[in-house]
Ligand binder design. Structure first.
Ligand SMILES: Cc1cc2nc3c(=O)[nH]c(=O)nc-3n(C[C@H](O)[C@H](O)[C@H](O)COP(=O)(O)OP(=O)(O)OC[C@H]3O[C@@H](n4cnc5c(N)ncnc54)[C@H](O)[C@@H]3O)c2cc1C
Ligand code: SF4
Length: 328
């Protein structure tokens, strides 16, 4: 590991300013992703500004009935929070489907949505990777790409976004609240992560030195009937090959509200409004669910080893909608 300086931020302003003033500085939260990448030589920050002492660990109710998840709230605390379990079961399920109990006890909300891809070429500094070293090429395009994305890909990068929680947050229409040099701003979750395009090294709209304060989840009655399903190579402790976050509200025999997002198949958490549009106003039926599932994977661009993900994601959507439709 490269040598680095360690500092603890005691106040919001001091922490963010220290990172702002130092191009090679970065925030440290739970450390479960950042330290891992530092040990591999993928990330080489000269200064780590530990933000864990900042008062950002609360889960609070918002006036509209939504929830404010503090950036430092631990993944396990969010997953088991009574209001999260009651109002947003898909979020609790997504968190519990991620990593291990020990990791969830360290990992934070901010760190989770900022975690970097698990592409093995990105993590192996002896290989070519446009995300790690812009302009060197992408080893995954013609390499082992079984775990890679089929949606939102570019000729520069086909890495998946690895977070389960982020898929649920995309479906819920969350907002990321951040603080930077110019003050605070709120970013819709679906705009927060960037497609790789020609600049895969730039993964979010965050500017250097901007600190995530919270992720705010709006009131969404439909989310009481919601589900997160994840398919992976092992029964636990593995990243998604494909996953779906779904919420469905059926009233008087018609679907009134629908939310759908996919994980494990997209270069970012993949909300699918076109699939939601196929559901709203319809009576729940296998044909309607099939149409939504087809819309969810429309435009997929599989490579040599990951074509199975298109069909897997399609079937997962049908399964989730069938379960939720059967409950209403
Ligand atoms: C073996 C293993 C298996 C895993 N399996 C899964 C899985 O199945 N599903 C899943 O979703 N995740 C999985 N994870 C990933 C884990 O969820 C993430 O490592 C964790 O959520 C990151 O949170 P952290 O607080 O530790 O972040 P850190 O490692 O501290 O930080 C990660 C990044 O976020 C930045 N950051 C942190 N907080 C802020 C903030 N407030 N504002 C701005 N930037 C910030 C840091 O600068 C850094 O760049 C796994 C991890 C491991 C090691
Ligand atoms: S898919 Fe992206 S992260 Fe993986 S090797 Fe290619 S450029 Fe790097």
């Amino acid at each position: 590991m490269n040598p680095f300086q360690y500092e603890q931020a005691q106040e919001l302003n001091s922490g963010a300013e220290r990172v702002l003033r130092t191009p090679e500085a970065t925030f440290l939260a739970g450390g479960t992703n950042l330290l891992d990448l530092m040990k591999l030589g993928v990330e080489k920050p000269a200064v780590l500004v530990d933000v864990r002492k900042l008062p950002l660990a609360q889960v609070e109710e918002l006036p509209d009935g939504g929830l404010r998840l503090g950036a430092l709230a631990r993944n396990s605390d969010v997953a088991f929070h009574p209001l999260v379990k009651e109002r947003y079961p898909l979020l609790s399920q997504a968190l519990l489907a991620g990593a291990s109990a020990q990791l969830r006890n360290m990992a934070t909300v901010g760190g989770n949505v900022m975690q970097r891809t698990r592409c093995s070429y990105f993590r192996d500094t002896s290989t070519r990777c446009n995300k790690r070293e812009p302009g060197t090429g992408c080893s995954a395009l013609e390499g082992i790409n079984r775990g890679h994305a089929v949606l939102g890909v570019s000729e520069a990068c086909i890495a998946t976004h690895p977070s389960d929680m982020a898929v649920a947050l995309a479906a819920l229409g969350a907002t990321v609240r951040v603080k930077g040099e110019k003050g605070e701003r709120s970013i819709p979750f679906t705009d927060f992560h960037l497609l790789p395009g020609t600049t895969p090294q730039r993964e979010t709209v965050l500017e250097h030195g901007e600190l995530i304060l919270s992720v705010d989840v709006p009131a969404l009655p439909a989310a009481k009937q919601s589900l997160y399903i994840k398919v992976r190579d092992r029964a636990s402790y593995a990243f998604a090959l494909a996953s779906v976050a779904a919420a469905l509200e059926v009233k008087n025999g018609r679907i009134e509200q629908a939310r759908l997002a996919l994980g494990g198949v997209g270069t970012k958490p993949w909300r699918v409004p076109a699939a939601e549009a196929k559901l709203v106003g319809q009576a729940p039926s296998p044909e309607v669910f099939q149409a939504a599932a087809a819309a969810a994977v429309e435009g997929a661009q599989p490579r040599e080893h990951n074509g199975f993900k298109v069909e897997l994601a399609r079937r997962l959507v049908v399964r989730a909608l069938t379960v939720l439709g059967g409950r209403s």
